[in-house]
Design a protein around this ligand. Structure first.
Ligand SMILES: *[C@@H]1O[C@H](CO)[C@@H](O)[C@H](O)[C@H]1NC(C)=O
Ligand SMILES: *[C@@H]1O[C@H](CO)[C@@H](O)[C@H](O)[C@H]1NC(C)=O
Ligand SMILES: *[C@@H]1O[C@H](CO)[C@@H](O)[C@H](O)[C@H]1NC(C)=O
Ligand SMILES: *[C@@H]1O[C@H](CO)[C@@H](O)[C@H](O)[C@H]1NC(C)=O
Ligand SMILES: *[C@@H]1O[C@H](CO)[C@@H](O)[C@H](O)[C@H]1NC(C)=O
Length: 488
């Protein structure tokens, strides 16, 4: 990177400080002093060379902290895996998990789509042959501060976390990260995520899209990919309720009361007693099973109380926001991940700590969830803007998830009123129906048959096939004999 682009990158931080009202100008000064040479050697400092239990691989991976606000001392933790082959020719993809308060390292990287996933036998890690870094350079970010290893030295930051705060810090992160990895600065870029990241992903995409008007800040964002995404609170609640009824979780009577008494578009939905009581009844039923995967067993863990301890079904009701339920997946996998990331040798290898003064890592931070100060009611207006801007939007849905069910996503998409360009039909993988899909002008929607909330956990090979089609902008396999993409 030459000094002009360095200077432009420095400008970007000043700009962020204006929009976030959190001065980060000092970062710029710091970067200026440190100089670009030192920054690329930071990247080498972040190279992971001795991750315990890691199998031998041919690609490099890096992890560590990136300061996003020097004044308050905010640092976000990332883990970056180069593509398994030809990383220089493949796009860069940022993956985000939701919550709010849940870790993209604990879920995305080590339970879903990363190359090293938690091993349910040995409680370490094992190689994942369906890792998405077969198709792209994959960047996992723990966001916002307070999630996973990410932190702030200013504790009052934790009281003001919300959607906009998260997007601004993620945006600052990207520009700082590019300084360390300059060869990715102009690389084709996508953002992907699931669950509450259904809000984060479009929000960050919009920030990038708007700031791209300034050529010096330009990021080559081409599209977004969303899995079982929270999208529009009213549609998400209607879908959750109708899905629970149509999947025999609640009775006709309970469903009828909810439909008659709940106005999910209002700001005081829960003030209606019939509504709140019947939704409580729905949640009681979901507490008996795994809302994130209706037809699999629940994790009972080592003790009967571990099921209770799980953060899986958490409500928050407040007058200013629609209530949310904590995002989360298999609580047994969660425990293995927690044990792994709290190991001194693992934290040292990942450049989190010196191996003595450890950081407490947990998969979801419930305090962040409880204290979330701002949430967009709907990101559908952002969809419209990005579609008009020519970005690729793909939305997929595991059809056995009760938390952000396929019905919720269909209700949201139908609100967009997009013209259909390819009518509902099955898509195939390895000669079997993976699910169904429909193409619209500007958006592709696909289901995964028999997959829960975190789709790649259930359908790793099919998920990789969809990811590959998304990156290429190609249709999904639309016939049983569709040439199979090699997946392992
Ligand atoms: C936070 O404070 C610690 C201890 O003073 C310091 O080592 C660290 O660099 C600070 N983090 C940031 C992002 O400024
Ligand atoms: C709900 O509250 C938000 C923010 O306070 C406001 O913009 C919106 O108009 C309100 N909606 C209704 C239906 O009152
Ligand atoms: C689980 O929580 C419920 C409700 O809080 C409580 O009644 C029950 O005793 C708990 N069970 C265990 C095994 O801790
Ligand atoms: C981590 O948590 C333990 C207890 O749960 C506590 O003793 C320790 O001080 C914490 N460490 C850090 C770095 O916060
Ligand atoms: C939320 O923030 C307040 C104010 O800082 C704090 O007292 C409270 O403990 C936080 N809530 C949770 C659940 O951590």
């Amino acid at each position: 990177m030459n000094s002009v682009s360095m200077f432009k990158a420095i400008l970007s931080f000043t700009f962020i400080s204006v929009i976030s009202l959190k001065p980060v100008v000092s970062i710029a000064r710091h970067r200026q002093l440190v100089g670009e040479k030192r920054l690329t050697s930071f990247a080498n400092d972040h190279l992971v060379t001795n991750l315990p239990g890691q199998s031998q691989v041919d690609f490099r991976h890096y992890s560590g902290y990136v300061t996003v606000n020097e004044k308050n001392g905010r640092a976000l933790f990332y883990w970056f895996y180069e593509a398994t082959t030809h990383p220089e020719a493949k796009p860069l993809v940022l993956w985000l998990n939701g919550g709010p308060g849940c870790s993209s390292v604990g879920y995305g990287a080590t339970q879903e789509i990363g190359p090293f996933i938690v091993d349910t036998e040995g409680h370490g890690i094992k190689y994942n042959p369906y890792s998405w870094n077969r198709e792209a350079n994959m960047l996992f970010l723990e966001s916002p501060v307070g999630v996973g290893f990410s932190y702030s030295n200013t504790t009052s930051d934790y009281d003001i976390l919300g959607d906009d705060f998260t997007a601004n810090d993620a945006y600052a992160f990207l520009h700082s990260w590019y300084l360390m990895f300059p060869s990715y600065r102009s690389r084709t870029f996508y953002i992907a995520g699931e669950s509450y990241a259904g809000k984060y992903v479009p929000e960050l995409a919009e920030l990038i899209y708007d700031n791209n008007r300034d050529p010096s800040l330009r990021i080559d964002l081409k599209g977004i990919l969303l899995g079982n995404p929270e999208t529009s609170d009213a549609e998400d609640w209607s879908g959750l309720v109708d899905y629970a009824w149509s999947h025999a979780i609640i009775s006709d009577e309970t469903h009828k009361i909810i439909r008659e008494s709940c106005n999910f578009e209002s700001n005081n939905t829960w003030e209606n007693k019939d509504c709140s009581e019947s939704v409580d009844e729905l949640m009681r039923q979901y507490h008996e099973i795994d809302i994130y995967s209706l037809y699999t067993s629940v994790c009972m863990g080592d003790s009967a109380s571990s099921y209770n301890k799980s953060t899986r079904v958490m409500f928050k009701r407040s007058s200013s926001m629609m209530p949310r339920i904590m995002g989360g997946y298999d609580p047994c996998l969660d425990e293995y991940a927690k044990a792994f990331y709290n190991r001194p040798d693992v934290q040292k290898a990942l450049h989190v700590s010196d191996g003595h003064r450890l950081r407490n890592w947990s998969i979801c931070n419930s305090a962040i969830f409880s204290n979330w100060t701002q949430s967009k009611f709907s990101v559908l207006p952002i969809y419209k803007k990005l579609i008009a801007g020519g970005l690729r939007i793909w939305v997929y849905s595991g059809d056995t998830d009760g938390r952000v069910p396929v019905l919720a996503t269909r209700y949201s998409i139908s609100m967009l009123g997009l013209p259909i360009t390819k009518r509902w039909s099955p898509w195939y993988h390895q000669k079997q129906v993976s699910g169904w899909f429909q193409e619209y002008e500007g958006l592709t929607f696909a289901t995964f048959r028999g997959a829960g909330h975190a789709v790649p956990v259930f359908k790793p090979s099919e998920s990789l096939a969809l990811f590959s089609a998304f990156l290429l902008g190609e249709p999904l396999g639309h016939s049983r004999t569709y040439p199979m993409r090699m997946t392992c």
